[in-house]
Design a protein around this ligand. Structure first.
Ligand SMILES: Cc1cc2nc3c(=O)[nH]c(=O)nc-3n(C[C@H](O)[C@H](O)[C@H](O)COP(=O)(O)O)c2cc1C
Length: 230
């Protein structure tokens, strides 16, 4: 019995030259500083303007999300972009019903205490005010044209990374977002008619902030608290 071929002998491995741009160090430093300054301005926005946003900007940010790395390159994500007012209203009504129950009955006191500095409650105006509500689904497994199941690997981690790319991209483009995780989120599959293998992962309203939008005064952990150098 011969051993299974391993890369680079396996014909399914088809390498191409890496497209890598080597930058001078001062340029690298300038980019790093600019990125940090800009990312420090990213905030979760809970009050949106209804002002329309060009669709191509959102589409480009979604393409950026689609460049994220993923386990075995299975790209286990689906982004459902909701702009229809009636659909957004249905999502808001269902989310507020879940959240009312969460805030009034289900949430343990420690969770309510953790949320208190954020000023959140069960009213979710962002779901109808924001011109786009992106609902991201984790695709638990693929389905081949013949119905065969294709395994996905590290789908949760992959979706988290893609969501990070998306949030950062939308911010860099000049748009505001709110990562929103109504609990539980199963109603989204039904409202949006998604198949069973797609599991709601994140709701992301996208738009301009309301002109008088405020955010909680939050600090970030300093570098020394989040990094260990060896
Ligand atoms: C996975 C995840 C789930 C979140 N869920 C909610 C949510 O359901 N509702 C909400 O108002 N904010 C939610 N947030 C936003 C956080 O509260 C927010 O990121 C945090 O308070 C820090 O604020 P900043 O994003 O402005 O830096 C969520 C954030 C993450 C990463």
């Amino acid at each position: 019995m011969t051993a299974a071929p391993t890369p680079p002998d396996d014909p399914r491995y088809r390498p191409v030259p890496l497209d890598f741009v080597r930058l001078p160090e001062d340029e690298m430093r300038r980019r790093a500083d600019d990125l940090l300054a800009d990312m420090r301005r990213r905030r979760s926005v809970r009050r949106f303007s209804t002002e329309p946003v060009p669709r191509d900007l959102v589409a480009t940010a979604l393409e950026v999300a689609g460049t994220a790395p993923s386990g075995a390159h299975k790209q286990p994500w689906r982004f459902v972009v909701v702009t229809d007012a009636e659909l957004k209203a249905r999502i808001r009504a269902a989310a507020e019903e879940e959240e009312r129950d969460f805030y009034r009955a289900r949430a343990p006191q420690h969770w309510l205490d953790a949320l208190a500095p954020l000023g959140t409650d069960e009213v979710k105006t962002h779901l109808t005010d924001a011109p786009y509500v992106i609902v991201m689904f984790k695709v638990r497994h693929g389905v081949q044209p013949d119905g065969a199941i294709e395994k996905h690997y590290y789908a949760t981690e992959s979706c988290g990374i893609a969501a990070g790319f998306l949030i950062a991209a939308l911010h860099r483009v000049g748009l505001a977002t709110l990562p929103h995780t109504p609990s539980p989120m199963a109603f989204l599959s039904e409202v949006l008619g998604r198949p069973a293998e797609e599991q709601p992962f994140l709701v992301l309203p996208v738009g301009y902030p309301a002109p008088d939008a405020e955010v909680p005064d939050l600090g970030r952990k300093p570098l020394d608290d989040i990094v260990v150098w060896h």
